[in-house]
Design a protein. Structure first.
Lengths: 341, 470, 403
């Protein structure tokens, strides 16, 4: 059992932050299990939060009971309860559970009796308000930074090497100039009179331009990693708007608002597409690679609603926040009555 | 003893001969090269149209002949650096007749090598993204920068010592060549009339470039190796890769230089200037680098083989025993040990021996580049069957076009530019003669008879300890 | 006003889809290598002309809609931003190609007959023209702001840190289904991944004691990615969400990232990618990489766009055994579409590991060791069904290749 900790009696006394909310407020159970909880009223994201549960059986402290703490959350359209930590009660029936506050919202927190006996006890429900501090808790590792060993050094090397190359090229310009000066001073007859140093000048200028260009390439190096602590460095828009003035809207859910034609069957069909049902159950609900055919094969609205919420077999469950009861009803009607030809 | 003036005149006549006289065979050779190039251009046009699917590279072996050719050509570009810069810096007296050719090889093979990177790109039309969005953290960017630097530097280093010779050509050939070449000589010669001021500035340029081009050249092939060395692949990710590539580059560069010199010597009858001594000295360099290569290879294989990870075992098996064993053992025996033996045994220490060794080395070094690229990629990273790769006809024809392009550039350069550094050779000759006169005064008559007689062989081989730059 | 919109609608109903089909046909003529060059040129010109006509019609419709909205719906005026502004783009639902694609279920286009598309498009256009744009626009604005300008956030504004946890105890390589691995198949169908790209590939690895295990392998989304480090143009990059994406619009096709990736998870479009014609309708974005572009590198993108929109990635939706969890390490939760659990607890309690941990790439994909025992697989039943690309015969003018 992870995070198991023997709570000392003294610890309960000294934990000033712990506010006892009440004892045994929900004893629905016939199996005489009672759970009382001591938990702080609020917690800040990133803190370690300590929650104490006192488990009683027929008002006697229950030793060796396993209790689990969970909160409710949702991710990617899937809603549910996440078990944070579980612990075993000591001789006084106290289980101490510590978890790190990672969620921005705990929703309803439950403490539930999970063992060792197979007793169906109702959970103790309470809330812990969450205060946000908006700093990243999960941070990737960082490498070694050695002072002075960085891009500046490389730029210095490049600049040094290229200035020497450019200097050499410039010497050739001087060679040409010297020849010109000499020739006009003395009247040495040279076979061709039309020489000049322009090619060396071009060479020198080209060298300088290349050198400057290289340093510019260095300085313009784009960042290749988004620092989670500084998200402004990562901007999707420059890539997202290539060849399109409108962004890509994802492949999943669509605009449910389109399905307001007044014709409930047509609306249901639209919603069926828009919520991605067609992805698995095929166009017009005739079944496809993953999901079975549904058109004309759905049962009662109640059962359908339950199936959509929970997701039978490999189907994902759709929470109420994603797909409302009304929309499910429309889809259900389409699937039940929509077999129009 | 022949006078320096007459010796110089004969040298000039020999040097300008290719510029003035063109045989029918030249045009045959030129059109052969152009047709090979044309086939390559056609092949590339199909690649441009259909994408890299016309090659046999695929996801698992995603680099092949093109990258091997890139490494190979960048490698032989080190000929110029070594012969020209290192020998110039160490004031080796025999280098003068071979430097110009070496520098041309450098510039041309760099051009060809760099173009193979573009040929290998999936979207060559986006090449300017490298400048627009270049990231200096990437080994490819290191290569872009190092090769740009090296190309600029070696063009200047080729050009600067050629200026006096261009001036000579401008003066001598004004009435004998057409207007195009006349214009080239007039423009490139930069009003060269050989005044002390001009020599001073030219000397500055040459000395500075000579010093800086050595570290640049070393860095170029080191970063070429880092394209492979910076990945996480077995067989590539080793610290010795930089050394292996630089040594291999100079090794193959010398070999290429030997081959080019031998061909030019044969065609233009430059036996007087390119003596057996030159070839044998180059052969010694070849042997020395063969020894370095053997050492580096042993060091690498023993370190990897002693540990022998799972992937390392696969790499060794394909290299030593299976798919690539013929290539590998040809490289070790034919490319490294045989040249060493050829140079150690006195009987084979001839021009024919050196050229044989050089041909073996060039082939072996190309095979080494090829199997380094392909075997490194072939080691499976995940549980899958190893892929196989053999270049397609498109790849072969583009590679052949690369070789032809290199030969074509040299063929054309021979017709335009002075292939000998005339002024340096004359300087050498003057010192040689001066020394001989001094010897004739100081040394006993009998000793002089036994000593070196005048002539090219003595010139090239005489180990003069201190010459003075000019 | 009413008359005008009605006419507009009629026109859109008839001409739009017909013209689009004609344009595709003409483009196919232009791309067909078997036809004579002259015919192809003519085809290309016709396609170009039709596209221009469609574009101008679209422009007209848009201005028409704008006028309508301002005339008809007073609440539209609450939106200050101009239509073309990039900061707050207003989506005019219905006239966009993407909307039509989305309508027919992007994820299973392989199973959807394209004949149905025009009908749906008509419905959309009708909705737009009957004055529904007002509310749709208002809604889209906030959705867009949330989903696209910024990375995905928790409720209190922290950036989600995507992760994937794959429970190998529940993966039998779809042996029990008798099909190719459903994660791979659905990913291919959803992304139109060209043959032979398996962005999530199910490797069969040998176990030390004999027998085999199946390892579904998406891009490992390393936190210290070797591929990003070597890219010369920054075409592949790490996002603040911790995923690695590729901008195929910038990629130069040098393939050094493929050499650098220690997981063999990158793929190259060697030729014209074999994708079905409808994929060409998608607006390209690195988040989904559709349509594929020849000469560029592709890989698993972790579907951040889908998760922002409230659905799980294709591979997770399709897994019949719920073996794959998608999660957020910032809130420390993960879901396989059925249950939602604490991510770190799931990894730690089941001895989770990462591939090639010793390389220090810090992958974001975790594995729970196993060989399908939880779904009743015997490790000695080897082999899985090969993946198929359902639309290859419909991919005109494209070439497919093997790996």
């Amino acid at each position: 059992m992870r995070h198991m900790r023997r709570a000392l009696a003294g610890a309960l006394m000294s934990a000033t932050a712990v506010i006892v909310l009440g004892f045994g407020s929900g004893p629905v159970l016939a199996a005489e299990i009672g759970i009382a909880v001591g938990a702080p009223e609020s917690a800040t994201v990133g803190d370690d939060v300590e929650v104490k549960a006192i488990v009683t059986s027929d008002d006697e402290p229950l030793e060796g009971a396993v209790v689990a703490l969970s909160y409710s959350t949702s991710l990617a359209g899937v809603a549910g309860r996440v078990e944070l930590v579980s612990a075993v009660t000591d001789a006084e029936g106290i289980a101490v559970m510590t978890y790190e506050q990672r969620a921005a919202d705990n929703g309803e927190m439950h403490i539930e009796y999970v063992g060792p006996e197979d007793i169906d006890a109702a959970p103790f429900i309470f809330t812990i308000a969450v205060e946000n501090e908006q700093h990243q808790l999960y941070a990737p590792i960082s490498g070694i930074k050695i002072p002075l060993l960085n891009g500046t050094l490389v730029i210095a090397v490049i600049a040094g090497v290229w200035s020497m190359i450019a200097f050499s090229a410039y010497q050739l310009v001087r060679v040409g100039r010297a020849g010109k000066g000499e020739r006009s001073a003395s009247s040495v007859a040279v076979a061709s009179e039309q020489g000049s140093a322009w090619i060396a000048t071009i060479l020198t200028i080209a060298t300088l331009i290349t050198a400057v260009g290289m340093v510019i390439v260095f300085l313009r190096t784009p960042l290749a990693s988004g620092d989670p602590l500084q998200p402004e460095r990562y901007d999707r828009s420059p890539i997202a708007f290539i060849e399109s003035d409108l962004p890509y809207e994802g492949t999943g859910l669509a605009e449910a608002s389109l399905a307001e034609t007044g014709d409930s069957l047509a609306d249901g069909e639209m919603l069926y597409f828009q919520y991605g049902c067609a992805s698995c159950h095929g166009l017009s609900g005739i079944g496809a690679v993953v999901g079975p055919g549904l058109l004309g094969e759905v049962g009662s609205l109640g059962g359908f609603l339950e199936d959509v919420r929970e997701g039978p077999n490999e189907m994902p469950g759709y929470a109420a926040g994603v797909l409302s009861d009304d929309d499910i009803e429309l889809i259900h009607r389409f699937l039940k009555e929509g077999d129009r030809g | 003893m022949e006078s320096v003036i007459r010796w110089r005149e004969r040298l000039i006549a020999k040097t300008t001969k290719p510029t003035l006289r063109t045989t029918a065979w030249y045009w045959v050779w030129l059109s052969f090269l152009v047709s090979v190039m044309a086939i390559g251009v056609y092949s590339y046009s199909t690649q441009w149209r259909d994408g890299l699917i016309v090659t046999n590279m695929r996801d698992r072996i995603s680099w092949g002949l093109y990258i091997s050719a890139f490494v190979f050509f960048i490698g032989i570009s080190h000929a110029g650096t070594l012969i020209s810069a290192i020998l110039r810096a160490s004031k080796a007296r025999w280098r003068a007749p071979v430097t110009r050719t070496a520098e041309f090889i450098t510039a041309f093979s760099l051009l060809i090598g760099a173009s193979f990177v573009v040929i290998d790109m999936g979207r060559p039309e986006r090449i300017f993204n490298v400048y627009l969005f270049g990231r200096w953290q990437s080994p490819i960017m290191w290569d872009v920068m190092a090769i740009t630097t090296y190309l600029t530097a070696s063009l200047i280093y080729l050009y600067a010592p050629m200026i006096p010779d261009l001036g000579l050509f401008r003066d001598r050939l004004a009435d004998e060549v057409g207007p195009v070449r006349n214009w080239i000589y007039r423009t490139l010669a930069l009003d060269w009339i050989g005044t002390p001021t001009q020599f001073k500035y030219l000397g500055k340029a040459i000395t500075l470039m000579m010093l800086i081009i050595i570290p640049i050249a070393v860095s170029v092939h080191t970063v070429v190796s880092w394209i492979f060395g910076m990945t996480l692949r077995v067989g590539w990710n080793t610290t010795i890769f930089g050394v292996l590539f630089v040594a291999g580059a100079i090794f193959s560069g010398i070999a290429t230089l030997v081959i080019v010199l031998a061909v030019l010597r044969r065609i233009y009858h430059w036996e007087e200037y390119l003596t057996p001594k030159h070839f044998i000295y180059l052969g010694y360099l070849l042997a020395a680098f063969a020894a370095v290569m053997i050492y580096v290879n042993i060091s690498e294989f023993v370190t990897t083989g002693f540990k022998l990870e799972e992937a390392g075992e696969f790499a060794f098996r394909q290299l030593f025993l299976e798919d690539f064993s013929v290539m590998f053992w040809f490289y070790i025996i034919g490319g490294l040990i045989t040249p060493l033996v050829l140079m150690v045994v006195p009987k084979t220490r001839t021009i024919a021996g050196v050229v044989t060794a050089a041909v073996l080395v060039v082939i072996a070094m190309f095979l080494e580049r090829y199997f380094i690229v392909v075997t490194g990629l072939r080691v499976p990273l995940m549980p899958y069957e190893p892929a196989n790769y053999f270049p397609s006809m498109v790849e072969w024809s583009i590679f052949a076009a690369g070789l032809a392009g290199f030969a074509l550039l040299i063929t054309i350069a021979v017709k335009i530019f002075p292939m000998f550094a005339v002024w340096e050779m004359v300087e050498e000759r003057e010192q040689q003669v001066a020394l001989e006169i001094a010897q004739s005064i100081l040394v006993d008559e009998d000793m002089r008879d036994d000593g070196e007689t005048s002539g090219a062989g003595a010139l090239a081989g005489s180990p003069i300890p201190e010459g003075g730059a000019r | 006003m009413r008359e005008t919109t009605h006419d507009q609608r009629k026109q859109a109903l008839t001409s739009g889809p017909v013209l689009a089909v004609l344009a595709v046909g003409a483009a196919a003529v232009a791309a067909a290598p078997a036809l004579s060059p002259a015919l192809r040129v003519v085809g290309g010109l016709i396609a170009l002309a039709i596209v221009l006509v469609l574009l101008s019609a679209r422009q007209r419709r848009r201005s028409q809609i704008e006028t309508n909205s301002i005339d008809d719906t007073a609440h539209m005026l609450s939106i200050d931003a101009p239509v073309e502004s990039l900061e707050t783009p207003i989506k005019i639902v219905g006239v966009e190609r993407r909307a039509a694609l989305k309508m027919v279920g992007f994820g299973a286009l392989g199973a959807v007959p394209m004949m149905a598309a025009p009908r749906l498009m008509d419905q959309l256009v009708a909705n737009v023209i009957t004055g529904k744009t007002g509310s749709a626009t208002t809604k889209t604005l906030s959705l867009h702001d949330q989903a696209f300008q910024d990375p995905a956030l928790t409720k209190d504004g922290r950036i989600r840190q995507w992760t994937m946890i794959i429970d190998l105890r529940r993966c039998d390589g779809c042996q029990s289904q008798g099909t190719a691995p459903q994660c791979t198949t659905s990913c291919i169908e959803g992304h139109f991944a060209p043959e032979p790209m398996e962005w999530i590939e199910v490797y069969e690895a040998e176990l030390p004691g004999g027998g085999t295990q199946f390892i579904p392998t998406p891009c490992q989304q390393c936190e210290d990615p070797p591929c990003v480090k070597v890219c010369p143009v920054g075409a592949t990059f790490s996002t603040p969400e911790g995923t690695v994406l590729i901008d195929q619009g910038r990629c130069i096709g040098c393939r050094i990232c493929m050499a650098a990736c220690p997981y063999d998870r990158r793929f190259f479009n060697w030729g014209n990618p074999p994708i079905p014609p409808e994929a060409a309708f998608a607006d390209y974005h690195p988040d989904h990489q559709t349509p594929s572009i020849r000469g560029t590198v592709m890989k698993c993108d972790f579907c951040p766009d889908m998760v922002r929109d409230g659905t799980l990635p294709f591979c997770i939706q399709a897994c019949p055994n719920d073996a794959i969890y998608y999660g957020d390490l910032e809130e420390d939760i993960a879901t396989n579409g059925r249950t939602i659990v604490k991510a770190t607890a799931l990894i730690d309690d089941n001895n989770g590991y990462r591939l090639k941990e010793h390389l220090g790439t810090e992958p974001r994909v975790f594995y729970i060791p196993g060989h399908g025992e939880d779904v009743g697989r015997d490790p000695h039943t080897e082999g899985r069904v090969e993946t198929e690309w359902p639309w290859v015969e419909r991919a005109e003018g494209a070439a497919s290749w093997s790996r």
